[in-house]
Ligand binder design. Structure first.
Ligand SMILES: *[C@@H]1O[C@H](CO)[C@@H](O)[C@H](O)[C@H]1NC(C)=O
Ligand SMILES: *[C@@H]1O[C@H](CO)[C@@H](O)[C@H](O)[C@H]1NC(C)=O
Ligand SMILES: *[C@@H]1O[C@H](CO)[C@@H](O)[C@H](O)[C@H]1NC(C)=O
Length: 473
């Protein structure tokens, strides 16, 4: 074994109650899990978002999303931890992908709270000179040597061992398979975050192929993907068990890890993504201004919105066809498209009831969400959990979304929050007709419920716990 997890620092008798408690940290966008000592039963008083009054027990065995626990800011003060993070990339200047954004938001926030965070990652892109590393202010970024953006886990592992020699890490966090399983298996204090697993891709591939028209040929790339997905699932089931702790970012993923991947319950933890509530929120005036600025007439009866890359696997063929049918009978219904991609021109061809506005930065997106009555996400490939769904809810908007287990299990958990459809044109059109019938007032009511749910589950305050050595009473 190349790595030996050293014994913890001695703890004074007055603090010894800590030894039987579970510490953890959940911050902003997600999970980090810190299992310091083996707990017996921890008692945590709290109320659920769903109004269950109290819950107590060993948090590691909890099947529900940790987001349901209310967080007590700053009390008792968090115990500073030394945390190692393995991430293939660390965002610097460029537009980061979801996984890097997760790593960055979470670990920067942890560092701000006084934890000593060391990030092990690939060299930054050329021309982007990172801030010089400074061991006294964390997160301390260890770029390994080599080509920019080329992840070499063995180089990162060497740097980790060196740093671990100096003072052992309390917790190690791997963003997906950044740390491969044959190395990860040596670490008992490791948690891995999964941003989508192969079993989810299997369903997504099925949905995508079913949208193919009868005579439309299957693309070689997609054929290859669909042929390879079952072996991929089997492979994952065989190697996932090598990771000590798993963080699922949706309830359904947690369920799959427990029930299909057969990972013991105590090692699977569900922590949903969150969104920055500074960036998204309800603002009626902003929405009205945005509407008139982009030219939606005052007598519009309903405004739908869709955001993201305009590509096939995000379900745009479905929305395009369903919406083009819808407007033949509803001249007051509009669609705002916030995004760019191959389907842009086709949307433009639908005429004046579709406004194609291109990609938006967060401040423009905030106005976009406020301008619409209902948000449509027709995705056929939900990667983990799509942040746009949470952003729309935070802005007080109900949803129309494809019926995927992740969305059904963690987002549209109540009929009040919107409508789900089977990923085909008929089903989507039926739902669109339903929201047109309901009208904007009813949708605003649903939106209010969405906002309350989102605030209780996905906001930074709700997710910004830290710690919990709860004293036994
Ligand atoms: C898909 O891939 C399989 C296996 O590689 C092959 O036998 C089949 O002909 C391919 N089908 C199409 C339509 O390309
Ligand atoms: C439009 O309305 C007419 C008459 O009410 C109906 O016959 C037709 O099926 C509708 N078309 C669509 C696409 O809903
Ligand atoms: C909205 O008003 C315009 C002119 O002011 C009119 O041409 C159009 O038919 C109206 N649309 C609806 C849905 O009432």
């Amino acid at each position: 074994m190349a790595f030996n997890n050293k014994a913890k620092k001695p703890i004074s008798p007055s603090q010894s109650y800590l030894c039987t408690t579970l510490f953890f940290v959940v911050l902003f966008t997600i999970p980090a899990l810190f299992l310091l000592h083996v707990p017996t039963t921890t008692s945590i008083c709290n109320s659920f978002a769903t109004h269950v009054n109290t819950w107590s027990g060993d948090l590691r065995t909890a099947l529900f999303a940790w987001n349901r626990l209310p967080f007590i800011e700053g009390h008792p003060p968090p115990i500073p931890l030394k945390i190692a993070v393995f991430s293939r990339k660390w965002p610097i200047g460029t537009t980061p992908g979801g996984m890097e954004r997760h790593a960055h938001t979470l670990h920067t926030a942890l560092a701000r709270r006084g934890h000593q965070v060391h990030v092990f990652t690939s060299p930054p892109p050329k021309g982007n000179v990172p801030m010089p590393g400074n061991p006294s202010s964390s997160p301390y970024i260890h770029f390994h040597e080599g080509e920019p953006g080329q992840w070499r886990y063995n180089k990162a592992w060497e740097q980790f061992l060196e740093e671990n020699q100096r003072q052992p890490f309390d917790v190690v966090h791997s963003e997906s398979v950044a740390l491969p399983h044959w190395i990860a298996r040596q670490l008992q204090n490791l948690a891995v975050s999964w941003h989508g697993i192969a079993l989810e891709s299997l369903q997504s591939d099925i949905f995508q192929d079913l949208t193919r028209k009868p005579k439309e040929p299957i693309s070689p790339a997609f054929n290859k993907s669909i042929q390879g997905v079952v072996p991929k699932v089997l492979n994952e089931i065989r190697f996932f068990k090598n990771y000590a702790h798993h963080i699922a970012i949706s309830d359904s993923c947690g369920e799959m890890l427990r029930d299909v991947y057969q990972i013991p319950i105590k090692r699977v933890h569900v922590i949903l993504n969150g969104v920055d509530d500074d960036k998204f929120g309800k603002d009626i005036k902003l929405g009205q201004e945005f509407r008139s600025k982009i030219g939606i007439p005052d007598n519009a009866s309903l405004v739908l919105g869709v955001a993201g890359r305009l590509v096939k696997d995000k379900g745009h063929p479905l929305l395009f066809e369903a919406f083009s049918k819808l407007i033949t009978n509803h001249s007051g219904v509009y669609l705002i498209v916030a995004g760019s991609g191959p389907w842009e021109q086709r949307y433009k061809d639908l005429g004046s009831q579709v406004l194609v506005l291109g990609s938006m930065n967060p401040s423009k997106l905030r106005a976009f969400y406020n301008a619409i009555d209902v948000f449509v996400n027709p995705t056929l490939r939900p990667q983990g959990l799509d942040l746009t769904l949470m952003e729309a809810m935070m802005s007080g908007k109900p949803l129309i979304a494809s019926r995927f287990p992740s969305i059904k299990g963690s987002i549209v958990v109540d009929d009040e929050y919107g409508h789900m459809f089977a990923p085909n044109v008929e089903s989507l059109l039926e739902v669109l007709e339903t929201v047109v019938r309901e009208g904007s007032e009813r949708l605003a009511q649903r939106g209010k419920a969405c906002q309350e749910y989102a605030a209780s589950m996905f906001t930074a305050p709700a997710c910004s716990i830290v710690f919990f050595p709860s004293q036994r009473t």
